[in-house]
Design a protein around this ligand. Structure first.
Ligand code: FMN
Length: 303
């Protein structure tokens, strides 16, 4: 018998596979392809305090081994989610990880309070958002801001708080430490890497928004390196993500230090990827005589 169960911040996950926010909607469309209960949990679409229409198209562009997106957090708002979507999702035997993005500290706090009164298992705080009171610089790029934001949100958050780190920083370990000191219960990484694609004929960026976030296999080595650095710097459990395309990628991220691993852009290429991933993990465990998946977490040996 092999054990793939993970206890993450006191919450039981039947397996370590979740989904990355923004790549899985609220689960219902994918549920028609593969039951969402196959997942240990899933990351729901990013929510904002009020409904948002998102950016103008084109907002997705293909790149070598990845995509650039500037969807711009299109969503129905946190209150709509709490009142209309979460009650439906509560009936499923899987964990829902809510994801929230704010423009101000106050917005994050209000969302944490609203989401705390729902059945979500974890609240993930996306800090790759512009801080409108500080010239639009992303919250997640300044360790002092991350520390203060986390401290403030923790006052209102009654569920485990997962701070989702931006890779667009000089020292991810320093930001991780700031979140830990601020009281974060867990961390998730990586969010997308800021990029741009220019059409050489029109001489204009392909995305209407000019820039977008890079995701997919192209970012995986960056993700693995950052998970490893963060795992060594803090004592918090990690949700790893960035370019996972198969079971081997999940194992790699767990060895780097992730306790849970998210499928994201990979689902756009293969919506039923979870089935293959679970099978490959089981095969790897059997082949290597591993009976408990928890033993893989952070087990990579540095040269
Ligand atoms: C279309 C799209 C939308 C996304 N929306 C969000 C979001 O709302 N909140 C968030 O924290 N991350 C969002 N992300 C980032 C992903 O959750 C994930 O961190 C990133 O894509 C890396 O994983 P991947 O390479 O497996 O996709 C989005 C990514 C994509 C591709």
């Amino acid at each position: 018998m092999i054990n793939t169960k993970i206890n993450f911040c006191g919450v039981d996950f039947k397996n370590p596979i979740v989904t990355a926010s923004g790549t899985f909607g609220f689960g219902m469309e994918y549920n028609q392809i593969v039951p969402i209960e196959e997942y240990g949990g899933f990351g729901a679409k990013g929510l904002t305090r009020y409904p948002r229409e998102g950016n103008k198209p084109p907002r997705i562009a293909e790149t070598p081994s990845g995509i650039l997106n500037s969807v711009g957090l299109q969503n129905p708002g946190v209150e709509y989610f709490a009142e209309n979507i979460m009650p439906v999702l509560s009936d499923y035997d899987t964990n829902v990880i809510a994801n929230m993005s704010g423009n101000t500290v106050e917005e994050y706090c209000e969302m944490a309070q609203i989401l705390s009164d729902t059945d979500v298992s974890l609240i993930e705080m996306n800090i790759s958002c512009p801080n409108v009171k500080h010239g639009g610089l992303a919250f997640g790029t300044d360790s002092k801001v991350v520390n203060e934001l986390t401290k403030e949100v923790k006052k209102y958050c009654k569920k485990p708080l997962v701070v989702k780190l931006s890779p667009n920083v000089t020292s991810i370990a320093e930001i991780a430490k700031a979140a830990e000191d601020g009281g974060a219960d867990a961390l998730s990484l990586i969010n997308t890497l800021l990029g741009m694609k220019i059409d050489i004929n029109t001489r204009r960026p392909v995305l209407k928004n000019n820039t977008g976030g890079l995701s997919g296999p192209a970012v995986k080595p960056v993700a693995v390196r950052m998970i490893c650095e963060v795992h060594n710097a803090v004592n918090l459990p990690i949700i790893g993500m960035g370019g996972v395309m198969n079971g081997a990628d999940v194992i790699e991220m767990m060895l780097a230090g992730a306790s849970l691993v998210a499928l994201g852009t990979g689902l756009f290429a293969k919506p039923d990827l979870i089935i293959q991933v679970k099978q490959e993990i089981e095969e790897y465990m059997q082949k290597n005589n591993i009976d408990n998946i928890n033993t893989l977490i952070g087990a990579a040996v540095m040269n």
